[in-house]
Design a protein around this ligand. Structure first.
Ligand code: C5P
Ligand code: MG
Length: 220
């Protein structure tokens, strides 16, 4: 009887319906990349408001883990962050995977994620592929593009009130270097397969969001 019901829904078999449902519920992921201070977090907050994504910032998750009493990784994370280096993916991927699971456990319809600040290097990308292949679908990379100068000035300005141990000149130089040497090549890999959507991030917050909306209205 169930089979007849599925057939009448013009689906071939219950198995194909099952595959359809699993696919629909599979986490849909957008990676959000850009230099430090490019506006990733700010724009993600606006995307969440308008398009119903869940925002997961790798940096925020690492900072929370750094401050969690009893964390065995607290000191390691702090030293990586201060030096603008990328924390080993084993740590980051477990935080991301847990956050995704918790979000979907709470509400199984919340399966659209903005993963901000990841994958930032080859180790991040391999960790994602090893752990998440088949479990989540990466739709595209949203790339907030702006000059190093804009990045540095914005972070120094933010540093006046952010309390972040890496919004200072010395750390910023290292973060920019990491971005150019390690993150840029990852963006280029996605570019080669047509999976990057680039936004000029040097403009004002509203102008940048206007560009973002054009992308999301079409394919978000
Ligand atoms: O993205 P955000 O600027 O918050 O990242 C701050 C720092 O967190 C990075 O400079 C890096 O040290 C660390 N991080 C990381 N791996 C990521 C994202 C952030 O090690 N995937
Ligand atoms: Mg951020």
């Amino acid at each position: 009887m169930l089979y007849r019901l599925f057939s009448s829904l013009s689906l071939k078999t219950p198995a194909s319906l099952f595959r359809c449902i699993v696919h629909a519920m599979k986490p849909q992921v957008l990676f959000v990349l850009g230099g430090p201070g490019a506006g990733k977090g700010t724009q993600c907050a606006k995307i969440v408001e308008k398009y119903g994504y869940t925002h997961l910032s790798a940096g925020d998750l690492l900072r929370a883990e750094r401050g969690r009493p009893g964390s065995q990784y607290g000191e390691l994370i702090e030293s990586y962050i201060r030096d603008g280096k990328i924390v080993p993916v084993k740590i980051t991927i477990s935080l991301l995977e847990r956050a995704m699971d918790e979000t979907m456990k709470e509400n199984s319809e919340k399966n659209k994620f903005l993963i901000d600040g990841f994958p930032r290097n080859e180790d991040n990308l391999q960790g994602w592929n090893t752990n998440m292949d088949g479990k989540a679908e990466v739709k595209f990379v949203l790339f907030f593009d702006c000059s190093n100068e804009v990045c540095i000035n914005r972070c120094l300005e933010r540093g006046k009130s952010s309390g972040r141990s890496d919004d200072n000149k010395e750390s910023l130089e290292k973060r920019i270097k990491t971005f150019l040497e390690s993150t840029r090549p990852i963006i280029e890999q996605y570019q080669k397969v047509g999976k990057v959507r680039t936004v000029d991030a040097s403009k004002s917050l509203d102008e940048v969001f206007a560009e973002v909306q054009k992308i999301f209205d079409k394919e978000g």
